[in-house]
Ligand binder design. Structure first.
Ligand code: NAP
Length: 255
């Protein structure tokens, strides 16, 4: 089969390191022939992400998605580097560590708001700033988790943010559909990454999934990445406004 993303240009936001889901997605997009731009947040990650970007011949830019000015600069930099985008992957989330371990009832107003701002409303800001670069239509994909629709111990405020993110996917899909832009989320099973390690008892989540999921194992980053390829490619052309589970089937369990 020909490369699924040959001739396409993709922007992937949220690479922090080799364990990031965004990095697995970047590798899969590269394998399928996409031209890539990656973003990282702040100086702390700069050298690591530049090094990763070199491996894939990717343009590497910084962007804090809570700052409209940074999103505008990102759009200008991408235009200057040659223009259009066919795919955007938003692989970004943040909540204060204490809100991922104490009772949900104890969530502070500021903790609630920061989780919403970074993890949910940033998708809308990203779409507003960057969809104008998708003149020929395209695909916007974000990453979510089952804690949006089920109570998962310690996921707490992030579950509420993911619920808002998934609703945002539906509203954006409806508004951007007429211009040929599809918007979807991948609901990934737990994967050990820097963000995931912030959730109290995360290793117990991994054990529970491996014991009970229909496939009796955890999710591989590559499985999430291949689904992102599908969504960004012509194969996904009829899919928009969806939450696709890539979780070894865990979401279907009731008991
Ligand atoms: P990760 O490697 O820690 O990625 C999270 C990324 O978000 C990091 O690159 C982080 O940058 C970035 N970020 C946070 N605040 C930002 C901001 N203001 N501006 C720009 N970037 C910002 O962890 P991950 O697990 O791959 O997470 C990626 C996505 O997958 C998240 O939406 C997460 O909720 C979702 N997801 C993960 C799992 C899982 O089990 N791992 C399961 C389902 C869904 P810094 O490191 O510089 O802060």
């Amino acid at each position: 089969m020909a490369n699924l993303l040959e001739g396409k240009t993709a922007l992937i936001l949220g690479v922090a390191n080799r364990w990031s889901l965004a990095w697995a997605i970047a590798q899969a997009f590269h394998r399928e022939g996409a031209r890539l731009a990656l973003t990282y947040q702040g100086d702390r990650q700069r050298e690591v992400v530049r090094e990763l970007g070199r491996e894939l011949g990717a343009l590497v830019l910084s962007c804090d998605v809570t700052q409209d000015s940074e999103l505008e600069r990102l759009a200008a930099d991408l235009r200057a580097a040659g223009g259009g985008l066919d795919a955007i992957v938003h692989s970004i989330a943040f909540a204060q560590r204490e809100d991922l371990s104490r009772p949900f009832l104890e969530t502070s107003r500021s903790g609630y708001l920061v989780a919403q701002e970074v993890s949910a409303s940033s998708l809308v800001a990203v779409a507003r700033a960057l969809v104008p670069l998708m003149s020929g239509g395209g695909s916007l994909t974000t990453l979510t988790y089952l804690g949006s629709i089920r109570v998962v111990p310690n996921y707490n405020v992030m579950g509420v943010a993911k619920a808002a993110l998934e609703a945002s996917v539906r509203y954006l899909a409806n508004e951007l559909g007429p211009q040929g832009v599809r918007v979807n989320a991948i609901s990934a099973g737990p994967v050990k990454t820097a963000s995931a390690r912030g959730i109290k008892d995360f290793s117990k989540m991994l054990e529970g999934v491996a014991e009970r999921a229909p496939l009796r194992r955890n999710t591989e980053p590559g499985e999430v990445a291949d689904t992102a390829v599908f969504l960004a490619s012509e194969l996904g052309r009829g899919v928009t406004g969806n939450i696709l589970f890539v979780d070894a089937g865990f979401q279907l369990l009731g008991m």
